[in-house]
Design a protein. Sequence first.
Length: 564
Amino acid sequence: MSEPDTRGVDFIRAIIMRDNETGKYGGKVHTRFPPEPNGYLHIGHAKAFHLDFGVAEEFGGLCNLRFDDTNPTKEEAEYVDAIMEDIRWMGYDWGDRLYYASDYFGRLYDYAVELIKKGKAYVCDLSPEEIRSTRGTLTEPGTDSPYRGRSVEENLDLFERMRKGEFPDGSRTLRAKIDMAAPNINMRDPVIYRILHATHHRTGDEWCIYPMYDFTHCLSDSIEGITHSLCSIEFEDHRPLYDWFLDELGVHHPQQIEFARLNLTYTVMSKRRLRQLVEEGYVSGWDDPRMPTLRGMRRRGYTPEAIKAFLDRIGVAKTDSIVDIKLLEHCAREYLNRHSPRVMAVLRPLRLVLENYPEGQTEEMDAVNNPEDPGAGTRKVPFSRVLYIEREDFMEDPPPKYYRLAPGREVRLRYAYFVKCVDVVKDENTGEIVEVRCTYDPETRGGDAPDARKVKATLHWVSAEHAIDAEVRLYENLFTRENPMDVEEGKDFKDYIRRDSLEVLPSCKVEPGLASARPGDRFQFERMGYFCVDSVDSAPGRLVFNRTVTLRDKWAKLRRAALK
């Protein structure tokens, strides 16, 4: 039998190609994405389900969505709904293959009884603290539980009584009987059931004992006929335990394959730590645009296409590494540059008056919607005697190499005219410049001079009479440290939170065409970056924009330098 040509594919796809060549699993490919419904998905989860659904599609197989809902104290229906919404937003669908581990509670209980009957599981009366203290270390074996020698009959009776609710929480567990001296600590008689009198979001109060994740996960895969169980690398040490459960019970045995997790610079990916940020008020919620959650990224203006392009570029590897967030931003720019309409918006307005422009006159200038898309056409932008420009586009006493507007200097207004500064107006009390007085050259309509004279700067603007008020939120990385989890002694990851990661500009001016912008719409603000209409705080009469990314692309600059 010839070896398949696996050049140019990652190691997971290579394994599947070889399995198909040998006829393993009958040539079928059946994967699953198994989130726990105890929080919102982040981009690390997106890497996982992009792989799960993507591999299934590439090989003509199927992918299930299964919620591993084994801990009723932390799981909520809200998270179930949010997870499904996020996966669909990314463009994936599980068809009629939506499952829950709680669907299998009856079968899992029967599997546990079978292990007891085989002498491979026992009821243990040690407390959780006592179990931890007798587990041993990486260099020292654990200690047998004094209850390890209970008879099959006694274990069956106690386990049934656990099921009936006769014992309080934490008083007893069911443990697998494997080897307390095993080099892999996961194999040292792990707990497979615990008593928990808590209402489950789907099964209500039907159960008061719940299976542990490791027991549930591998057997749920088996029940569903999964062929290739793709997991992140931290589950590699759990694989021998999964194999033990499956082999002892003699059931269908999926192949588990581990891959590296996604780690991003200036970002934390731990669901527990993200929850801390939310609950302790460091961010406004799970959908805060500074969060790496898919809801936060969507609100900020990232697109599924950009996220998928990023995930494809980083690929799939075995070894954990940290990916530069600039690559994610680069992928966002690539997509938004091709698809986002251009508009003019002034974030820090400075009033500009054209002294020689007729009062009461309005012209309409032709503006290009997207130079990357010839089919996008043009739009009309009103122009009048009083305009707004960016405050940073004017300096009264400019330094060398400052080419924008200054006294006596001429610049081009985008799509409009050449203008020359002739005077400034200052606040009498503060001395702050509040208005720039200019003249315009009527022969330069469209932004070109007939005598071919040159200017070194082109400024964007909006007509004061026609401008719409907007709030703009500028986001930076939430953390100042490249790896927030690499903490110095005596510090916590939260000590590296950037205090100025959000800047709110409440008095911005945008061109009037944005009056019809809807939540989620994305634009390039010329010269300022890519922005998205906020989906939470925008409302009729109130426009709020979130900056997705700036126009600067440091990743592309680094790549060009590397190619030289």
